[in-house]
Design a protein around this ligand. Structure first.
Ligand code: PEP
Length: 251
């Protein structure tokens, strides 16, 4: 019922030429992947070229951030969601933990950016996840519930059709430490309960929840075998087309 999504977050890696090279290599390696949506998120400067070069393929392109603002206005250094749409993006990652940790992203800005993305017809991949200290003190559910409640505040059931949640425990990002399939399932099941509370069971059942945190070709299959894991948001292992294609072709 929920089509899996395998998304690669390229973070601040790759020049335009390198992005195009990886994207084109990936294009042929995943050409037959119809079991899932394949998404890559290059840096802003490479978005237009990568979108153009992937036209007609089964790979969709995401930006890694967008502005809270919906009007073209005096916001130096920001990029409005319709500008992302304009260059061919169909997704945007919002509230990645690196943005929350290093760039002051809050649940309020996540909420504004999500609304902005939806306003222009983008699908928002909204990231949530607890820090190590929060898990160690048993607060991981409270933290994730708060991020969801505030981040998705004011969205309608219709809006939710264009929301994808990415659960990314911060202690698992780029550390080589993956949550066990059981830990991932436990939190994904909880997220679905929270979405049921906020919206309805049918909305919760229809929402894709991705796992992120040191996903690799070796662990994707067991993660995907969990009933509430609907895909992955992949950082490091998405930078190499062969490695990312193995994750896409996990079946
Ligand atoms: C990420 O950046 O979203 C991520 C999950 O990174 P990694 O796969 O490298 O842990």
């Amino acid at each position: 019922m929920r089509k899996p999504v395998i998304a690669g977050n390229w973070k601040m890696y790759k020049l335009v030429s390198e992005s195009v090279e990886t994207a084109l290599e990936l294009k042929s390696l995943v050409a037959n992947a119809s079991h899932c949506e394949v998404v890559i998120a290059p840096v802003f400067t490479a978005l237009k070229t990568v979108c153009d070069r992937l036209e007609g393929s089964n790979i969709r392109v995401a930006a890694q951030n967008c502005s809270t603002e919906i009007a073209h206005s005096a916001h130096t250094g920001e990029i409005c969601a319709d500008m992302l749409k304009d260059v061919g993006c169909s997704y945007v990652i919002i509230g990645h933990s690196e943005r929350r940790q290093f760039y002051g992203e809050t649940d309020l800005s996540v909420n504004q950016k999500t609304k902005s993305a939806l306003n222009f017809g983008l699908t928002a991949i909204v990231c949530v996840g607890e820090m190590l200290s929060e898990r160690e003190s048993g607060r991981e559910r409270d933290v994730v519930k708060m991020q969801l409640t505030r981040g998705l505040n004011g969205l309608t059931a219709n809006d939710m059709a264009r929301i994808i949640i990415a659960y990314e425990p911060v202690w698992a990002i780029g550390t080589g430490k993956t949550a066990t399939p059981e830990q991932a399932q436990e939190m994904h099941g909880f997220i679905r309960e929270v979405l049921t509370e906020i919206h309805s069971k049918s909305t919760a059942d229809a929402t894709r929840i991705l796992y992120g945190g040191s996903v690799k070709p070796e662990n994707i299959a067991t993660l995907m075998s969990q009933q509430d894991v609907d895909g992955a948001l992949v950082g490091g292992a998405s930078l190499d087309a062969k490695s990312f294609s193995k994750i896409v072709n996990y079946k």
